[in-house]
Write a protein that binds this ligand. Structure first.
Ligand code: ADP
Ligand code: MG
Length: 476
């Protein structure tokens, strides 16, 4: 009888793995990018450690290789260690052949997404202007936005811009920044919904910086940059989401800058979001940064417990019939501190699980359903944690982390802490510098380099740093 089970050598299920890789891509890049770029990828086969993926156009292939291939490979290796390369091929979607003299226009893909997925033959055709503004999420309205300490400034600014029928004085551009999943996109959509409702004659365009870049590159390829420029200069309210995406992309930045200036000159409203303040955007030209910071700059901070609880309650009211004990809501608000997207996801999972098995939501079921998220939230390390741990380890004061003292006994631990902050958190160099008593980003860069050098030359030193890193990763 044992033989039967041993004979059943399971065929590795590449397609199931691919599904998991796709899920992780969706989570890492968010729904918008996933839909535009990653959803169209299809797994063709996995052979001899080579995963073969097809895309519909040459342009997409280049784009995927430039932006996403590293992570696709990384995620795949985590699913299946025998995979050592991911290869991307163009395979045009089968398209119907039409009589060329008949109305070709009708067979053009509609909408940007379709245009991007368009068969190779259509690749260099200009894009239909109606498809430039991305679709707005109907849930992202002001009514559905819960206001708390951490987002009240950004919310007030967004309201003001939305409710004013002309450009708001001192509020152009409105620049909203903050970490992922804290409501920036929600606020931008809310502004767009509001203006569309109250003042439909104003032309409101919302798009991601990534799409702006895509459209621009495409306009260059189809030798149609005039139409591109004209289109963007004819907009009344332009919103560009996640502007950090065009960091380091010089020609797109240049074009963005000109569009920006042209609109400001014509007294049109601009609303921009980014993951950090204009001054902290790395890889962005100085003149662009300074322009971005011209108007009203509002940040969304990490959420507070009260806001998280408020959001959970508001979301729950939107799910008919769902019953979640207050204790569970409090538990979630207490535990899931990373961002609102994760918080919402957690609530959805808890509710979906109860619906699926037909039981009630309890503390036990919640902990079980969310064990992975709860663990990940436990592990998040802050710069303060690092400073405390390193100071304790070297027997110096935490305040020395912020000082300018240069004696090696103080300066070295401070450099180690900066190094660990760079390795263990997602903070940028300027942000790290600020947390160390307002030091310049070059000081942090120097510290990282110095610790790397010392670690290479001195095994004992390297072990010390390694030990601190491990302690931080396993604590908190
Ligand atoms: P960001 O653009 O900052 O990454 P999003 O705007 O996409 O974040 O927000 C992530 C999710 O969290 C969205 O589903 C959004 O509706 C929700 N969300 C964020 N902040 C709030 C809030 N204050 N009230 C209600 N929902 C929120
Ligand atoms: Mg966003």
């Amino acid at each position: 009888m044992n033989e039967i089970s041993s004979i059943q050598t399971r065929r590795p299920d590449h397609f199931a793995r691919w599904e998991r890789v796709r899920e992780r891509l969706r989570v890492s890049y968010g729904e918008a990018i996933f839909k535009s770029w990653l959803q169209p990828l299809k797994l063709a086969d996995v052979k001899n450690g080579q995963a073969m993926i097809t895309v519909p156009t040459r342009f997409m292939r280049e784009w995927i290789i430039a932006h996403y291939a590293d992570n696709i490979l990384r995620f795949w290796c985590q699913e299946d260690q025998t995979v050592h390369s991911v290869d991307i091929f163009v395979k045009a979607e089968p398209i119907a052949i039409h009589n060329p003299s008949a109305q070709q226009q009708q067979h053009q893909p509609a909408g940007l997404e379709a245009a991007m997925l368009g068969a190779a033959a259509n690749e260099d055709k200009p894009i239909n202007p109606d498809s430039i503004s991305a679709p707005l999420d109907p849930r992202y309205t002001f009514e559905n936005f819960v206001v708390g300490k951490s987002n009240e400034l950004a919310h007030a600014a967004a309201r003001r811009v939305a409710e004013s029928s002309t450009v708001t004085q001192g509020g152009n551009p409105l620049f909203v920044y903050g970490g992922v999943g804290l409501g920036k996109t929600h606020l931008m959509h809310a502004i767009a919904w509001h203006i569309r409702k109250t003042d439909p004659s104003r032309k409101v365009v919302y798009l991601s910086a990534e799409k702006f870049m895509y459209l621009f590159i495409r306009a260059i390829r189809s030798k149609d940059t005039m139409a591109f420029k004209e289109y963007f200069r004819s907009v009344d309210v332009l919103m560009v989401d996640d502007v950090q995406f065009i960091s380091g992309k010089d020609s797109t930045q240049e074009e963005f800058f000109h569009t920006f200036n042209a609109l400001v000159d014509q007294n049109k409203q601009l609303i921009i979001s980014g993951d950090r303040s204009p001054a902290d955007l790395e890889g962005m030209e100085e003149r662009v940064k300074s322009r971005l910071g011209w108007g009203l700059v509002a940040d969304v901070h990490s959420t507070t417990y009260e806001l998280r609880l408020g959001i959970l309650q508001a979301k729950l009211e939107k799910v008919p019939g769902a019953q979640v004990p207050q204790r569970v809501l409090e538990f979630l608000a207490h535990k899931i501190t990373s961002n609102v997207r994760e918080l919402e996801g957690a609530l959805n999972r808890v509710v979906a699980h109860a619906t699926l098995i037909g039981g009630a939501v309890t503390m036990e079921s919640t902990q079980e359903v969310l064990h992975d998220i709860l663990r990940a939230n436990d592990r998040r390390i802050t710069i303060e944690d690092i400073q405390k741990k390193v100071a304790a380890h070297f027997n110096i004061k935490v305040t020395d982390m912020h000082s300018a003292r240069r004696s090696v006994a103080i300066a070295r631990p401070r450099q180690i802490a900066m190094y660990l902050a760079k390795k263990l958190t997602t903070k940028s160099l300027p942000e790290i510098g600020r947390k160390f008593g307002g030091k310049d980003h070059t000081t942090v860069m120097h510290a990282v380099k110095r610790i790397d050098e010392l670690s290479r030359g001195d095994k004992e030193f390297a072990d010390d740093v390694e030990l601190l890193m491990r302690m931080l990763q396993s604590a908190t």
